[in-house]
Write a protein that binds this ligand. Structure first.
Ligand SMILES: CC(C)(COP(=O)(O)OP(=O)(O)OC[C@H]1O[C@@H](n2cnc3c(N)ncnc32)[C@H](O)[C@@H]1OP(=O)(O)O)[C@@H](O)C(=O)NCCC(=O)NCCS
Length: 78
């Protein structure tokens, strides 16, 4: 999953609320068994949102498909 909010709405808990809805939809409606987020190691707000929703840092990779951008993989299983 990916999340992006207009800056005017940051810091009010809205992303956390949205992610809660996304997780619920993914697990209950789509019957997914696992969901992940890919994020920039410097994006603390994004990491915090994932952690608040019970996601865990699974690993850090040096890039995805050769893009050479260090990336954190957060995941949650049903
Ligand atoms: C990431 C993003 C969606 C967060 O939206 P938001 O509605 O502000 O998030 P929330 O308010 O639900 O939660 C943010 C949390 O991060 C924390 N936080 C934000 N900036 C922080 C910082 N620099 N250092 C430490 N914590 C920080 C907040 O305090 C809050 O945690 P808390 O509830 O424990 O206090 C928003 O910043 C955004 O759209 N960013 C641009 C797009 C992006 O980076 N998307 C993620 C790509 S992986």
């Amino acid at each position: 999953m990916a999340y992006l909010l207009d800056k005017a709405y940051w810091g009010q808990g809205l992303a956390t609320e949205a992610v809660q809805g996304i997780l619920q939809y993914g697990f209950e409606q789509l019957k997914l068994s696992r969901m992940i987020c890919l994020m920039d190691p410097e994006n603390i707000a994004s990491q915090r949102v994932a952690e608040k929703m019970g996601m865990s840092l699974e690993r850090k990779v040096d890039g995805i498909d050769g893009d050479n951008f260090p990336t954190l993989i957060y995941a949650i299983n049903k």
